[in-house]
Ligand binder design. Structure first.
Ligand code: PGD
Ligand code: PGD
Ligand code: 6MO
Length: 819
């Protein structure tokens, strides 16, 4: 008999539209208001206080130290008590019957059977064993990771990888989705990945900058979350910047196709640019700086290499015989030539700080704007000065808040303590690469054995048969769902460990329910970069249903192959939390005294005093001989001999403008699909996290679907009204979304925020996505042969009003349970 779990839930939930587990299911019979207490914990969304009563989280309020809390705290309750929570271990029906012989086309059919924990873990272990013996380490990919919930002890990526690693070797990834192109190109140019580096302190920027250029950067939106427990100091600095914009002491220009949340907050200038054409604009600015002799030849001479190799390309004496003048750039980037010249002059006029966001490198040739940005900053000659030069991270985790200088607690170890501890010691990857670029794993599934150029080397894509996911959601983060569906047909076994029925779980065979971070004890740094203190993350409530901590799950898995002790080091949860604290206490010594663990746990927080102002690249500027950059030459490389030696057609020896595979505003593909789809990061979620939180979703969903934002002009052109249900489509896929008409968007640009849950109508390739995941439409190609990173923001679509009977949203509420 098949019972639809969604149908079942509808019956028990209070209120038709509310998709949360009803309190009656959760509150023990003995619940008593008198046992009400407040507890403090931390999260990506900041530290908070939670009111607990009757074993349930009743209310979440910001922590006293947080001056600028995010509204996303309002989603926490809905996340914990979402109807999408995984209640018990489940196995896909067809897979349980036929295992690796199961018809692959049924993957994603959403039919699951409940099993016991023992059965589920036995199956997981048997599959690991089968893959290692039948094939080898090359057939197992357990290397994807992502935005695990916070807490250093329970960092779930580490738990899964340590446990699977104790069993045997497996395929890993290099790079990440966030900054895949940036972190590969910038070491060649500026000698470090830059993107995750501490940036010049905001107070020094305030003192010294005349102009801040926010290039593809929306910090007011993106500083709401942090990698560790977020302090929201960055948001505080934005508010100070707003005052400086108002009194005219600092000018801010936001160069972005859309009016961003930050621009609206700061009330600053907006410089529109056609999507994906920034390099053309930058070249034209460089051209003006050079032609009008507004650049700094002394800086170029002293600190850089390769300007003379770049100059012929800029001035039209190179192979393409095209001068990169403002007149050349104007029709490409949609900005008047005089306006471009004016921008260049303003940048050269005073102290100018470039602040780049990351969305502009998540597109085809995403390496180029980062490289060209560095060239522009070098021409202005202010790299290494307070309030000048370039940064690639001021929108992330409060980078730019002066750090305390203290050490943060470390995390649960990712690798086995010794390679000897692995059960399967077979390291033979049979000629396949053991590490692949993070976004190229679907390529591996579709074309195993293919040789792929990558960052000066060649990767041979492994023949993957099994994948294990924990703390990441590839059916959100990877591009092109229908391609993924085809690729998943090649897999024999997929295991997911999550607390919520993400689309990744739906496309898995074995699904294990982890508890959320709110259901375990942990420890975290307060301030990923500023290291303001150490926070006790106290368990708020017991694990819901049959969920268990990742630690508990993986320890039990390891028991099956005799590695329980090696995995846990003989310690339980609190012993681990204490040992991470003690290591941190030792590292901080006398300089940052920390109380004994028991006192810390009781008090809940230890603060680190001090804030050290910092200027990025100042040491290099002071003495480039003694403090060389990490580039091959030690200087800023405007021309890279190393990259040139790779002879890539899509990443040459210096930055160049290249046309994209798809580009709006007259570019390739725009006649058929005239709208650029940008899938930037969501304002009211962290990727896919909290999409399942009904109270949050209610704040933005339109007719129960993810919004697609568009201009009034495009709405008129496509016959769409605000609030309409629309179909957004291209040759790769189709989705339903709810139209929101907004002045922030220019004609030709639409936005669907990444992380919207994928809810296909069926398992078959091409089926309509009923909720609105933009990766149903995005393109799965590498940025270039250099970085092979995601190109999510290279994507064209069309849009039409949806007529007919709207299908039910299938994204939430978990699978259909087969009994
Ligand atoms: P999340 O939605 O955060 O996204 O991709 P990522 O996969 O990190 O997924 C985390 C998953 O881990 C969730 O399913 C969550 O429930 C689960 N999880 C969280 N905590 C725990 C835990 O403690 N235990 C277990 N077992 N599970 C847990 C993010 C990636 O998406 C990133 S960083 C970027 S920058 C990319 N951005 C874009 C983009 O801009 N545009 C598009 N189109 N696509 C993107 N994808 C990328
Ligand atoms: P996005 O919002 O995707 O953020 O940080 P990232 O900087 O990548 O993009 C920023 C801006 O780039 C947008 O305003 C967009 O219009 C612009 N842009 C895109 N393409 C172009 C272009 O071709 N030219 C120009 N000039 N502008 C362009 C992402 C970072 O945010 C990351 S990687 C993570 S993992 C975190 N994720 C979240 C999150 O999911 N939710 C929130 N609220 N905050 C986050 N912070 C972090
Ligand atoms: Mo990211």
């Amino acid at each position: 008999m098949a019972i639809s779990r969604r149908g079942f839930l509808k019956g028990v939930l209070c209120g038709g539209a509310v998709a949360m587990i009803g309190p009656s299911l959760l509150v023990p019979a003995s619940a008593d208001a008198a046992d009400e207490i407040w507890k403090v914990s931390g999260s990506h969304w900041g530290a908070f206080r939670a009111r607990i009563a009757g074993g349930m989280v009743m209310e979440v309020k910001p922590y006293d130290l947080d001056q600028n809390p995010t509204q996303m705290l309002e989603g926490i309750k809905g996340l914990i008590y979402s109807s999408s929570r995984i209640r018990y271990p489940m196995v896909r029906y067809e897979w349980l019957k036929n295992r690796d012989k199961a018809n692959p086309a049924t993957r994603g059919d959403n039919r699951f059977i409940r099993v016991t924990w023992d059965r589920a873990l036995d199956l997981f272990y048997q599959e690991l064993e089968r893959i290692q013996t039948q094939y080898g380490p090359w057939a197992l990919h357990a290397g994807q990771n992502g935005w695990r919930q916070t807490g250093q002890m329970h960092s779930c990526n580490n738990h899964m990888q340590r446990a699977v690693g104790l069993h045997g070797y497996y395929v890993r990834k290099v790079g990440d989705y966030s900054t895949g192109a940036g972190q590969v190109i910038l070491p060649y140019v500026l000698g470090s990945t830059e993107v995750y580096a501490q940036g010049t302190s905001w107070p020094l920027i305030f003192e010294n900058s005349d102009l801040i250029v926010l290039w593809a950067n929306d910090p007011a939106k993106n500083l709401q979350v942090g990698w560790n427990c977020e302090t929201h100091e960055g948001q505080g600095y934005l508010l100070q910047l707003r005052d400086k914009v108002a009194d005219g002491s600092i000018k801010v220009i936001s160069i972005d196709p859309v009016k961003t949340k930050t621009q609206n907050l700061l009330n600053c200038e907006h410089q529109y640019v056609n999507p994906q054409t920034d390099v053309a604009l930058m070249l034209a600015i460089a051209h003006t700086l050079y032609r009008e002799q507004r650049y700094d030849p002394t800086f170029i001479e002293t600190y850089t290499l390769g300007f003379n190799e770049f100059l012929p390309y800029l001035m039209g004496e190179g192979e393409d015989k095209t001068e990169k003048s403002p007149e050349w750039a104007a029709p490409i980037c949609g900005i008047d030539a005089e306006q471009i010249k004016g921008l260049a002059r303003r940048m050269a006029e005073g102290r100018t700080q470039f602040m780049f966001g990351w969305g502009v490198q998540r597109q085809q040739h995403g390496e180029q704007p980062y490289w060209m940005g560095a060239v522009l900053a070098a021409m202005l000659g202010q790299i290494g000065l307070p309030g000048g030069g370039i940064s690639y991270g001021h929108h992330y985790s409060s980078i730019g808040a002066p750090g305390s200088g203290a050490s943060a607690p470390g995390a649960f170890p990712l690798n086995p303590d010794s390679d000897d501890e692995r059960i399967h010691k077979n390291k033979d990857f049979k000629g396949y690469s053991s590490t692949i670029p993070v976004a190229r794993w679907v390529d591996a599934l579709l074309e195993p054995g293919k040789k792929v150029p990558f960052n000066g080397s060649t990767v041979t894509l492994p023949d993957i048969k099994m994948m294990v996911f924990s703390g990441c959601n590839p059916w959100h983060h990877q591009q092109d769902r229908n391609r993924m569906k085809r690729a998943f047909h090649t897999l024999e076994t997929v295991v997911s460990i999550d607390y919520t029925w993400s689309a990744t779980c739906r496309f898995s065979d074995i699904v294990l329910p982890a508890c959320t971070q709110f259901e375990r004890n942990d420890i975290d740094v307060y301030g990923s970069y500023s290291v303001r203190g150490v926070l006790a993350m106290k368990k708020l409530v017991d694990p819901l249903f049959q969920s268990r901590s990742d630690f508990h799950i993986m320890a039990d898995l390891c028991r099956r192959f005799g590695r329980h002790k090696q995995y846990t080091r003989g310690m339980g949860e609190m012993a681990w939390v204490e040992s991470l604290y003690e290591e941190c206490r030792k590292a901080n010594g006398e300089k940052f005294p920390m109380p004994p663990f028991a006192q810390f746990w009781e008090e809940g927080y230890v603060a680190f005093e001090g804030a050290n102002p910092f200027v990025r690249h100042a040491d290099f500027r002071e003495d480039p001989e003694i403090n060389p950059l990490g580039t091959p030459s030690g200087f800023i490389e405007i021309f890279s001999r190393k990259i040139a030696s790779y002879q890539y057609d899509n990443c040459k020896g210096h930055p160049i403008w290249m046309e994209k595979a798809e580009r709006s505003h007259g570019g390739p593909g725009s006649e058929k699909y005239p709208l650029w789809l940008q899938s930037c990061h969501p304002d009211m979620r962290l990727h896919s996290q909290m999409c399942e939180s009904a109270p949050m979703r209610d704040k933005y969903a339109v007719q129960g679907r993810e919004p697609v934002y568009l201009s009034a002009e495009d709405a008129r052109r496509f016959g769409i009204k605000d609030g309409d249900l629309v179909r957004v489509f291209n040759d790769r896929g189709q989705l339903l979304a709810g139209a929101v008409i907004s002045d922030n968007f220019p004609p030709g640009v639409v936005r669907i925020q990444e992380g919207a849950w994928y809810g296909p109508e069926g398992a078959e390739v091409g089926s309509l996505d009923t909720y609105g995941d933009p990766n149903t439409l995005s393109m799965d190609i590498g940025t270039s042969k250099l970085a092979q990173a995601t190109s999510a923001n290279t994507c064209l679509v069309s849009i039409e009003k949806f007529t007919g009977k709207p299908p039910e949203v299938t994204a939430f509420g978990g699978p259909d349970e087969v009994m």
